[in-house]
Write a protein that binds this ligand. Sequence first.
Ligand code: PBG
Length: 326
Amino acid sequence: MSYPATRMRRLRRGAPLRDLVAETALTPADLMAPLFVREGIDVPQPIVSLPGVSQHTVDSLVKEARSLGDLGVRGVILFGVPATKDPIGSQAWDPDGIVQVALARLRDELGDTMVLAADLCLDEYTDHGHCGPLDRHGRVDNDAAIDLYGRVALAQARAGADVVAPSGMMDGQVAAIRAALDGDGFSATAVMAYSAKYASALYGPFRDAVDVTIAGGGDRRDYQQDYRNRRESLREVDLDVAEGADIVMVKPALSYLDVIAEVAARVELPVAAYHVSGEYAMIKAAAERGWIDGPAVALEQITAVKRAGADIILTYLAGELAGVLA
Ligand code: PBG
């Protein structure tokens, strides 16, 4: 009888030893919470397809951000739901637009205790639901869109954003935003670029959260990435780095761990990954049926995203995970 020479199980004996040899430690400081703020409501509105997540009033937003901060979460990223939409999405850069109002309030109430980021896109603000104005063929006009993104960046920076996060996947968006910010004295405002953002079916609940329906049953495959491609994401990341991004992001997270790992190995910038609405909703739905242990799966999945190479993880689980990890 020959026995195995190498005993892998030696280091798995007991939790203290396992902790000692663990390669990955998830902490609340890795997490950023996406938060929704809606114009014209008096009480928070629960989002049915995102159990535990709400569209906030400005007041309830401040409360939520404060309690996340108390749990050790260092940053929030805001999404606005405006009361009115138009073809160009002008509420996105209106100084009185909901995200600008919310940013200013958060800055007032929280000081510098938390990183305030703002998603920078137009889809929540356009009546057709696309990420920029349409040309006469009904395609998003790339260069018109990035001009408008520059305006949005300035409005968000003026309102107090530390970080702006362009998510429209327009070519040249990072350069246009960087130039707009630098041209107006906001050279300290960071750009977290959604660099490798895939046209994913996992954004469904998010679109409920921001009341977006893409006109004519359309989709975003004309500007977001094709999920069959890996190397293409590296070109996207390289371009964003060259254009001046401070942080690059891969989105969604779990179906793209290969991309996260490759990007982390390639760039010297911090890498963010977005565990998106559909990924969150799947955990909640299965847990609700008693088919999985929700908190255990949440911890396993978000730890896997960090293990793959993400430095920052945007997740709707931020609060509940921070509560467990703290
Ligand atoms: C675009 C944006 C989207 C998400 C973040 N920013 C939606 C989209 O591209 O259609 C999705 C986030 C999620 O699903 O949690 N502003």
